[in-house]
Design a protein around this ligand. Sequence first.
Ligand SMILES: NC(=O)c1ccc[n+]([C@@H]2O[C@H](COP(=O)([O-])OP(=O)(O)OC[C@H]3O[C@@H](n4cnc5c(N)ncnc54)[C@H](O)[C@@H]3O)[C@@H](O)[C@H]2O)c1
Length: 256
Amino acid sequence: MSDAALLPLLQGRVALVTGASRPRGIGLATARLFARHGARVALLDLDEDQAQAAARSIGPAHLGIGCDVRDAGACASAVARALQWAGRIDVLVNNAAITQKRGVLEVTAEDFEQVVSIALRGTLQMAQCVIPTMVEQRSGSIICISSMSAQQGGGVFGGSHYCAAKAGVLGFMRAIAKELGPQGVRANAVTPGLIMTDFSRGANSDDNKHALGKTFPLGRVGQPEDIAGACLYLASDLSSFMTGATLDVNGGAYMR
Ligand SMILES: NC(=O)c1ccc[n+]([C@@H]2O[C@H](COP(=O)([O-])OP(=O)(O)OC[C@H]3O[C@@H](n4cnc5c(N)ncnc54)[C@H](O)[C@@H]3O)[C@@H](O)[C@H]2O)c1
């Protein structure tokens, strides 16, 4: 569908996306689609220069901020910078995560801490920083990127600690959806299946992913834009009566 055929669904909105600087990543694809729909986007990632380069790559109206979501102080200062820059925050996409391929007996305390502190504690900390503004605005949409691994166990590269963190994200999302709904703040999740990004860091080749994708009902692996589309829906007023929901975006690889 051409851009002209699409309404600008996020005109005047301000969005924050964590883990948004990787060229083939879901975060940057989401930021780019939000920008095409009129949003101003703050792109957060570990490295400030890379975050700024990613912001420039989607247009001049966007901001790149270095932010390690494990660090509560860094989350607070990133949100403060975004607020100073744009004056409001309408959307948070909790996207930053890492995975590790491990058997359950191989998962060390450090592995667990590394994976959970980014995917789950980072999600809590970023949400805590934007919620006061969203409550004051009496509107906001928090989108949590979970994983199909949370629903059906690890796939090609997600260990049990990764699955646990991503299942925790779903529980957290439902809790805040219930708590904040009366104040006009929505929270929802997306559970991607296998998506063509650099997430597995070479543990699974692109060829392998394409071969696996052929076994899915839709006959292909997902692209970052497939997840971005679901995020756009959850960020926009198209989903204004949805909260506490989980959107499965997996090509039919898992149905419940
Ligand atoms: N690719 C898949 O097949 C797949 C499947 C299911 C779920 N997901 C989820 O999608 C999300 C995006 O993954 P992706 O596939 O685009 O991978 P990716 O590795 O390209 O993106 C992850 C981003 O998070 C950033 N990041 C890592 N640690 C961080 C930290 N401490 N603070 C801030 N940023 C940090 C990375 O720098 C990177 O930009 C993740 O939450 C992942 O769990 C991906």
